[in-house]
Design a protein around this ligand. Structure first.
Ligand SMILES: N[C@@H](CCC(=O)N[C@@H](CS)C(=O)NCC(=O)O)C(=O)O
Length: 421
């Protein structure tokens, strides 16, 4: 019989148990018709969890509350589960990261996000302190992830599930790209995790917030009254509070009203190369690839209007799991969507055994890698970029081999080849 989880359908704390259930093969179902503030305040519910909060798990042996405890319970209900690691030290590290995810990441995201939404008093200095503490935690996490694919060991553990669900709130609600781009390893980790099938099944397609939510003036009804008595000049202070804009919000507001400038690449002198013609030729060539597509490419290529670039992933030693590596490249290509009018790319995942190497070839409009791509797509800085020297026949031949997925490539088989067109 399935364990019953009481929570709403979008509760990220409930996602922890639901994702753990997917990994463990444990049946957990969300209770039907849950209504926040109603279902969790009934006498029956309060008997199971006296604080009246969700999530709450009903088990044959009684209820369990607190989302981390519930996720642990679900994971442990299947013996031999790898979500807790296989050694005592792994277990210690998993618990360490669960606490870190809760106390350093989740708590600070919550202190930043909820007051803006009207849940709690909004005070700019408190917000600044929360953002500073969150940045410190993300910095530490980023350092750890610079040379680790997962938080502990070489596969997903409960620590990754809890960390990702906590980051999920931040990424989807308040941590916009310009904020997270300071932490490229955290970004890579987060997008890799949310694209794992067991995460995706619960989280669906995850989209990053594009703006920091504005401060809502509404005061929470259930907010306990300040103990301090009101003084005469308090209204003035309140007005001042709202007037002092935290840096992040101010930056957002400045950006919003500006008309969208034309992409500088559209202002370049016209090129004889029509990118769509090349993409069509590439897609339609099924046989004699060298003679038709590659020859056609060089016939069309305009070295003044376009440039070619090799890229080489900087952290190949992290590519220890084939599907994670392929997903990582897939995510990169999705994020390059913004450059579809101006780029063509080939990405190869190379090698028979891990660690796999990731290398690619990109064609960009203009003589440099477009600045907006560097700014918007965090994957770019995870690669070394080298402009192709067309006077070097060996480099030109490497371009050909990358376009046609030549195998073996540099002496090794290809695990995967993806095209951006
Ligand atoms: N530490 C708890 C937090 C639970 C919590 O704050 N739940 C919120 C929804 S995410 C709630 O039930 N709020 C209702 C209330 O405060 O009455 C956990 O991780 O389960």
């Amino acid at each position: 019989m399935a364990l019953v989880l009481h929570a709403g359908k979008t509760n990220k704390n409930a996602f922890k148990a639901l994702i753990a259930a997917e990994y463990s093969g444990v049946a957990v179902k969300l209770v039907d018709n849950f209504e926040m503030g109603v279902s969790n305040k009934t006498p029956e519910f309060l008997k199971m969890n006296p604080i009246g909060k969700v999530p709450l798990l009903q088990t044959p042996e009684g209820p369990v509350f607190e989302s981390n405890a519930i996720a642990r319970y679900v994971s442990r209900s299947k013996a031999g589960n790898s979500l807790f690691g296989s050694t005592l030290i792994d277990y210690g590290h998993i618990e360490q990261w669960i606490d870190f995810a809760s106390m350093e990441i989740d708590a600070n995201i919550a202190k930043w996000f909820y007051p803006r939404k009207g849940f709690g008093v909004y005070l700019p200095p408190a917000e600044e302190a929360a953002i500073a503490a969150l940045k410190r935690a993300l910095g530490a996490l980023n350092t750890h992830l610079a040379c680790n694919t997962y938080l502990v060991g070489h596969s997903v553990t409960l620590a990754d599930i809890i960390m990702t669900c906590n980051l999920y709130l931040g990424f989807t609600q308040i941590m916009i790209k310009s904020f997270t781009s300071e932490y490229p390893h955290v970004e890579r980790y987060f997008w890799t995790m949310v694209n794992q099938p067991n995460f995706k099944k619960i989280l669906g397609d995850v989209k990053q917030a594009t703006s920091v939510p504005p401060v809502q003036s509404k005061k929470p009804a259930a907010q306990p009254k300040e103990t301090k008595p009101k003084t005469k000049d308090e209204p003035k202070k309140e007005a001042k509070k709202v007037a002092v804009k935290p840096k992040v919000e101010a930056a957002e507001e400045e950006e919003a009203p500006k008309p969208k400038p034309k992409n500088p690449l559209d202002l370049l002198p016209p090129s004889k190369m029509v990118l769509d013609d090349w993409k069509r030729l590439y897609s339609n060539t099924k046989t004699n690839f060298r003679e038709v597509a590659i020859k056609g490419f060089w016939d069309m290529y305009d070295p003044e209007g376009y440039s070619l670039w090799f890229c080489d992933y900087k952290y190949n030693e992290e590519n220890t799991v084939s599907f994670v590596t392929m997903n990582k490249v897939g995510g990169f290509l999705q994020r390059m969507d913004l450059a579809r009018k101006y780029a063509f790319g080939k990405m190869l995942v190379i090698g028979k055994d891990p660690p796999f190497k990731v290398k690619g070839l990109w064609l960009f409009r203009g003589q440099e890698i477009p600045q907006f791509v560097m700014d918007e797509c965090y994957d770019m800085e995870l690669y070394e970029w080298k402009k192709v020297d067309l006077s070097d026949e060996a480099q030109k031949e490497r371009v050909n081999q990358m376009i046609e997925d030549a195998e073996p490539f540099e002496g090794e088989p290809l695990l995967d080849a993806k095209c951006f067109k």
